[in-house]
Design a protein around this ligand. Structure first.
Ligand SMILES: [Zn+2]
Length: 125
């Protein structure tokens, strides 16, 4: 067989080239790891770390407790799922939106109850 690097004829079972010192057996020993590495590279899109704007907008809006935050977060989450980008921020936006909306509902119920109690007790005359 011949050395891949310099073309010198070398022994069939030689590990290194006698002329240039290049590793001759390299191809055989490192082929499996190289394959799995390239497969991993193939399955991962190049924009895998990019978070879409919809998720970011939804996440920020979710703190305001509005329905808009929930809508943007769901859209962002779906977009991230479709593109294979991180869905964490979209998911966080959905959860925060739901929590904020729940809190605002509870708060308005409490305020409503307090108002009614004050009203029926005659404080508003
Ligand atoms: Zn060589």
């Amino acid at each position: 067989m011949f050395c891949k690097h310099c073309g010198t004829e070398i022994q069939e079972n030689a590990e290194y080239c006698i002329n240039c010192g290049a590793k001759v057996k390299e191809e055989q020993t490192t082929t499996p790891p190289t394959d799995t590495y390239s497969n991993q590279q193939y399955t991962q899109p190049t924009n895998s770390n990019k978070i879409n704007g919809m998720s970011i907008a939804g996440f920020i809006l979710s703190f305001l407790g509005g329905v808009l935050g929930l809508v943007f977060s769901i859209l962002g989450y779906n977009q991230a799922k479709r593109e294979g980008t991180p869905t964490g921020l979209g998911l966080a936006g959905i959860i925060i939106s739901v929590i904020m909306m729940t809190i605002s509902v509870i708060v308005s119920f409490v305020y409503g109850a307090v108002f009614l109690e004050l009203f029926y007790n005659g404080y508003y005359y």
